[in-house]
Design a protein around this ligand. Structure first.
Ligand code: NAD
Ligand code: DAU
Length: 337
């Protein structure tokens, strides 16, 4: 029996695969289309064709998904594959509907057809929309009120998962996590972009007034919660995952500049993101009580470790920014392992 990780060559997926291989004995199968966000260098040293197998392809391809579930005797699906960047969804929404909605439907139908024992749908706090400064954090009972094409597509996929639980009794759980940071995050996202620009003395683009608040969680803590949701979550339940890490964007950017020893003159206010959510905050008490989860990182320590990681992995950063990472698959994995 094996665990299938969709999107396992992305940021969170690759951290999760590494954790699964280190902590458990099951075979891990990665299904990933290797879009611009998928990078097999993130899985260097993991994929060996035995304990960890890689299948290149899209979750929208039902024939491939069926074959993957059968060939690798998949028992559990950890579903992370998605278009994940809000700004890209504002520029062009269609790929988000294709992968996040249609792709999730394909995964659900295939899971049902092949008797998959457990389906973990990895969603986001963005489905709840935006909070005011004095609002209580989102709970699992907060209404879905997405703002961007990205969050609307994730909310649609959450509804599909809930429908498969209710209609077909699929054993699925939904997790909704706050903003992640840590190793292997693609530098279009806020924290790695700020780190690399600060290290290179380039301007740090701050959308609008920079007073927006995000609830930052180290990716290791997210991965631990996903493994607990897989093992201990109750079918049909939603679990919010958040790190008590509310920080304003400007404060994060300043902390990075300070840590790197760069000047605050690099802070550059630019046009705001259309429909920009002002504040996210997660109440994770259900996940803590029911799954026995607790975050291990605080934001300050996690930021220092993450800055060190980007400093020490200049090859990875260079390959990502030059586009060289896209050739890694050709060089190392000509065939499906
Ligand atoms: P990412 O963009 O780094 O990785 C996404 C991965 O999915 C890539 O490897 C990409 O190649 C793959 N992919 C995209 N379309 C595909 C398709 N059609 N078929 C197969 N693979 C495809 O994303 P991430 O930040 O690692 O996020 C992973 C999941 O976690 C997403 O579902 C996202 O919504 C969710 N999430 C992310 C965060 C965050 O802060 N990054 C927080 C909460 C939830
Ligand atoms: O909350 C979970 C979500 O967090 C995930 O579901 C998404 O996949 C993930 O991308 C992330 O969404 P955000 O939009 O919050 O993350 P992003 O890194 O794009 O931006 C974080 C904040 O920083 C946000 O308020 C916008 C701002 N920002 C971002 C960029 C890229 C800037 O001010 N400047 C920038 O250049």
């Amino acid at each position: 029996m094996s665990i299938l990780v969709t999107g396992g060559a992305g940021f969170i997926g690759s951290n999760l695969v590494r954790r699964l291989l280190a902590q458990r004995s099951e075979t891990v199968v990665v299904l990933d289309a290797l879009t611009y966000a998928g990078n097999l260098e993130n899985l260097a040293g993991c994929v060996d064709g035995e304990r960890c197998r890689f299948v290149k392809g899209s979750i929208t391809d039902r024939t491939l998904v069926d074959a993957t579930l059968v060939d690798h005797q998949v028992d559990v699906i950890l579903h992370l594959a998605a278009e994940s960047h809000v700004d890209r969804s504002i520029a062009s929404a269609a790929p988000f509907i294709d992968t996040n909605v249609t792709g999730t439907l394909v995964m659900l139908e295939a899971a049902r057809a092949h008797g998959v024992r457990r389906f973990v749908h990895v969603s986001t706090d963005e489905v709840y929309g935006s909070l005011g400064p004095n609002d209580a954090p989102f709970t699992e009972r907060s209404p879905l009120d997405p703002s961007s094409p990205y969050s609307a597509s994730k909310a649609a996929s959450d509804h599909l998962v809930a429908a498969f639980v209710r209609t077909y009794r699929l054993d699925a759980v939904i997790t909704r996590c706050s903003n992640n940071y840590g190793p292997f995050q693609f530098p279009e996202k806020f924290i790695p972009l700020m780190i690399l620009n600060a290290l290179e003395g380039r301007p740090l683009p701050i959308y609008g007034d920079g007073q927006q608040v995000r609830d930052w969680l180290h990716v290791d803590d997210h991965c631990d919660a996903l493994i607990l949701a897989m093992d201990r979550g109750a079918g049909g339940q939603v679990y919010n995952i958040g790190g008590f890490g509310e920080r304003r964007n400007l404060d994060i950017a300043r902390a990075i500049l300070h840590q790197v020893g760069a000047s605050e003159d690099l802070l550059t206010h630019v046009s705001d993101r259309p429909g920009h959510d002002r504040r996210y905050a997660i109440d994770p008490s259900k996940t803590q009580a029911d799954l026995g989860w607790a975050p291990q990182w605080d934001v300050e320590r996690g930021l220092v470790a993450t800055i060190d990681w980007y400093r020490q992995h200049s090859d990875w950063c260079d390959h990502v920014r030059s586009g060289e990472y896209r050739e890694y698959y050709q060089r190392h994995y000509h065939t499906t392992l």
